[in-house]
Design a protein around this ligand. Structure first.
Ligand SMILES: Nc1ncnc2c1ncn2[C@@H]1O[C@H](COP(=O)(O)OP(=O)(O)O)[C@@H](O)[C@H]1O
Ligand SMILES: [Mg+2]
Length: 286
């Protein structure tokens, strides 16, 4: 098992209240598999992934649980150990590429920096070749020319590819993608998803994929967890989830969109009835 999250609890503290963003969450990811986290906005998806990365910011705090990566509890790691893990073993792709690309440096330079940090055995020439190989791998046209481009000169789809190239630069064992295609148009979105599936096949990378789009789940997932108000209400294989959803909230989600196969793109999860508390259902029907 590559990653096991046990009883994870992440809370935000203020003078007035404590918000439990992630409430005793359990899930796991196997080598070479994709786990999708699906849930509406505010359900705790991003905080779950930031918890794994050790990037939860004040006033947030992980207050309980274990995050076992290859059997080692990341919550016991210090900052410098976590920095080593990030980028080398676990890499993350964010929704908006400009949050992780620096506008002042060429994209080639920025990936070179990552390689310098994590692949110290490579010399300058080898690194340059590797950057260009990565650009080719993620389908960036004219990779040699693009090496010297600044991020703002690239299209949104190309920037997203650069970010994937950057994430793949160190051949992470786990790639975390938090709504990576939401900002892209439908065609580019499909290409980027396809690319991630190819990388998974070629490199055996495990993927934690966060989305609120059930059509994307159908395309990407091996396993799915459904989050609702900080709780994991259901974990199932992608087939089980669509064929035989168990939790009332999952059923509501699936009912709120057309059946998979005939799934409309861009189907959002905001049609679930907000006045229903899906956690208050009796245990037997949950
Ligand atoms: N910086 C913060 N301060 C206080 N509460 C936060 C903060 N970030 C997130 N939260 C709380 O955590 C919940 C889950 O957030 P998040 O994981 O970002 O949801 P999403 O599923 O949309 O990614 C939010 O509904 C909010 O109540
Ligand atoms: Mg989010």
């Amino acid at each position: 098992m590559l990653l096991e999250v046990k009883n994870l609890k992440t809370e935000f503290f203020s003078e007035k209240s404590t918000i439990t963003a992630v409430n005793k969450t359990n899930f796991h990811i196997e080598e070479g598999k994709t786990l999708c986290i699906v849930g509406e906005s505010g359900s705790g998806k991003s905080i779950t992934s930031l918890s794994i990365m050790g990037l939860v910011e004040e006033p947030g705090k992980i207050t309980e649980g274990e995050i076992l990566f290859e059997g080692n509890d990341l919550l016991k790691y210090n900052n410098s150990q976590m920095r080593d893990i990030r980028g080398k073993d676990i890499a993350m792709i964010f929704q908006e590429p400009m949050t992780s690309l620096n506008p002042s440096y060429t994209v080639g330079f920025q990936i070179d920096e990552v390689l310098k940090l994590h692949q110290k055995e490579l010399n300058k020439e080898q690194r340059r070749k590797k950057v260009i190989d990565l650009f080719e791998l993620v389908g960036i046209p004219l990779p040699e020319d693009k090496y010297n481009e600044y991020p703002f000169k690239l299209s949104g789809g190309q920037r997203q590819r650069v970010m994937i190239a950057m994430a793949m630069a160190c051949e992470p064992k786990l790639l975390i993608a938090d709504e990576p295609t939401t900002a892209l148009d439908v065609t580019i979105q499909a290409q980027v998803l396809e690319l991630m599936n190819e990388l998974k096949k070629k490199k055996g990378t495990s993927i934690l994929f966060i989305t609120h789009d059930l059509a994307v789940v159908a395309q990407m997932a091996d396993e799915v967890i459904v989050m609702y108000r900080g709780h994991v209400v259901e974990q199932a294989s992608v087939k089980e989830l669509f064929d035989n959803p168990k939790h009332p909230y999952t059923k509501a989600l699936l009912n709120s969109i057309p059946v998979p196969g005939k799934v409309k793109r861009k189907s959002r999860l905001d049609t679930v009835d907000e006045n229903v508390d899906y956690l208050s259902f009796p245990k037997e029907i949950r």
